[in-house]
Write a protein that binds this ligand. Structure first.
Ligand SMILES: [Zn+2]
Length: 241
């Protein structure tokens, strides 16, 4: 693995000359995750997966993007949201720059729901330019979450500041988790939730959706192991393609 933030230009030249083409970029968010988790939760989780992928696939790890498109949580203090156009433009510029350096197989490890559409749009734009991008949205997490969770999700498939996300931060940055503040919240969702844009502070006071209290670092390690294995399998196919 080559970590670009600490590498020199000569290091990159050598890495590419030795056949290295893979670059790995984590895209996170600065977003409310309840009173017990840091705003950087999504970045912490995506960065750990990106680093593991870069290590196992001998890729070049790019510095993470610590902001994302978080319109849905922008009513909670501390959330700072990028526009979709900004996320798309960041991805376009970074992938083009990596490719110009010879790193022309770029994997984006996305940690935030709001980034999905702009990153998919960027990947299509880049494909039209002949540049290959794989966007990963925590593959394998849904099944792994079902296997470890003891608490009910607030809504199907929703992991926001509850047992699953809290476990992953406990496994990665326990010093940033304040479990004494962890409280469950199961808001009443509007009947048309998912059909139209809804800002989450209008339905939940704490930005916790579910119950964080059963979270443990051990569960977090199991979740990371599953996601990283699934991600590596996809990246190996991508690089071979
Ligand atoms: Zn999150």
């Amino acid at each position: 693995m080559l970590e670009l933030a600490g590498a020199s230009s000569a290091d990159v030249r050598e890495h590419v000359a030795a056949g290295g083409r893979l670059a790995v970029l984590a895209v996170g968010a600065l977003e409310a995750h309840g009173p017990h988790l840091p705003l950087s939760t999504d970045t912490i989780v995506a960065e750990r997966i990106a680093r593991a992928v870069a290590e196992r696939c001998d890729g070049a790890l790019l510095p993470a993007i610590a902001y994302g498109e978080t319109w849905a949580t922008s009513g909670y203090p501390g959330t700072i949201s990028l526009s979709p156009e900004t996320v798309r433009a960041l991805a376009l510029d970074i992938v083009r720059g990596a490719a110009a350096s010879g790193l022309d197989r770029v994997v984006i490890v996305n940690g935030d729901f709001g980034n999905r559409l702009p990153l998919a749009a960027a990947a299509r734009d880049l494909a039209a330019e002949g540049l290959r991008v794989l966007v990963l949205d925590h593959p394998g997490l849904a099944d792994a979450a079902d296997a470890v969770r003891e608490s009910a999700p607030a809504a199907p498939g929703m992991n926001h500041a509850e047992e699953i996300e809290t476990s992953m931060v406990l496994a990665s940055a326990p010093e940033l988790v304040r479990m004494e503040r962890a409280e469950p919240e199961y808001p009443a969702f509007p009947v048309d939730f998912g059909l139209r844009p809804v800002r989450l502070h209008e339905i939940g006071a704490s930005a916790v959706f579910g119950d964080p209290r059963p979270a443990t670092a051990e569960k977090g390690e199991r979740l990371f192991a599953a996601v990283i294995d699934a991600a590596v399998a996809q990246v190996e196919r991508f690089v071979a393609g």
